[in-house]
Design a protein around this ligand. Structure first.
Ligand code: 13P
Length: 247
């Protein structure tokens, strides 16, 4: 079984305006010929402009969330079809900031994943334990439970990935040890095989949480790490490129 092509995705969260498109342009202009897929997920307001700016480059533009329905009376929400129409090709779903801030459950995330697939978007499905859960010795059980609950059967035969993002490592500068990352990614891989059989070997399992140019090489070369989901360090082209080059 050949390893999946690595994916390095930047999650800009609620950051960025028209001027920030230059950072994305700069990433696209300096990408080397590495065997890696690179994505940037800006806020929804920038998806269309960024897609136009990056047309013809290797950088994929993605979104950070979607609604389950295609259209309807859901004030403030955006459907997967609308994101695809604006130029997005992938979407981050189930990020811990949405699970914690908006009460998103595994079941809702699973419906959002199905909606993304319906619209032709490639989902990046996020999972991760809190510090309390890790301290209580429940990290593996929590994360594999989220994997089981958040991945609908519609994923079979499609392109998608899982991102392991320990909540306590996000934006804190803290990271798990390499052996903790490998242990978790191996457990996630085993769960994907349980759910999808041999196809469970295909989706890359990304690591996210305080990935920086300085720690990227070690993390990206760890067993079962198939790329990274990068927050803060994806906002500036030089930092993001430093992570991509570490692969
Ligand atoms: P940081 O890289 O800023 O820790 O954020 C990680 C993250 O939440 C990416 O989705």
């Amino acid at each position: 079984m050949t390893a999946p092509t690595p994916l390095i995705a930047g999650n800009w969260k609620m950051n960025g305006d028209a001027a920030s498109i230059d950072e994305a342009r700069s990433v696209a202009a300096q990408l080397g010929g590495k065997e890696v897929r690179v994505a940037i997920c800006p806020p929804a307001t920038l998806i269309e402009r960024m897609s136009r700016a990056l047309a013809g480059t290797a950088v994929i533009v993605g979104a950070q969330d979607c609604h389950c329905d295609e259209t309807g009376a859901f004030t403030g929400d955006i459907s997967a079809e609308m994101l695809a129409d604006a130029g997005a090709r992938l979407v981050i779903l189930g990020h811990s900031e949405r699970r914690a801030g908006y009460g998103e459950t595994d079941e809702l995330v699973s419906h959002k994943v199905a909606a993304a697939l319906r619209a032709g978007l490639e989902p990046i499905v996020c999972v991760g334990e809190t510090l309390e859960q890790r301290k209580a010795g429940n990290a593996l059980a929590v994360v594999t439970g989220q994997v089981r609950g958040s991945l609908p059967s519609e994923l079979a035969g499609k392109a998608w990935s899982v991102a392991y993002e320990p909540v306590w490592a996000i934006g804190t500068g803290l990271t798990p040890t390499i052996s903790e990352i490998e242990e978790m990614h191996t457990a996630i891989r085993a769960t994907l095989r349980e759910l999808f059989g041999a196809e469970g070997d295909s989706p890359p399992i990304l690591y996210g949480g305080s990935v920086k140019p300085a720690n990227a090489a070690q993390i990206l070369h760890a067993a079962e790490v198939g790329g990274a989901l990068v927050g803060g360090a994806s906002l500036e082209a030089e930092d993001f490129l430093g992570i991509i080059r570490a692969l």
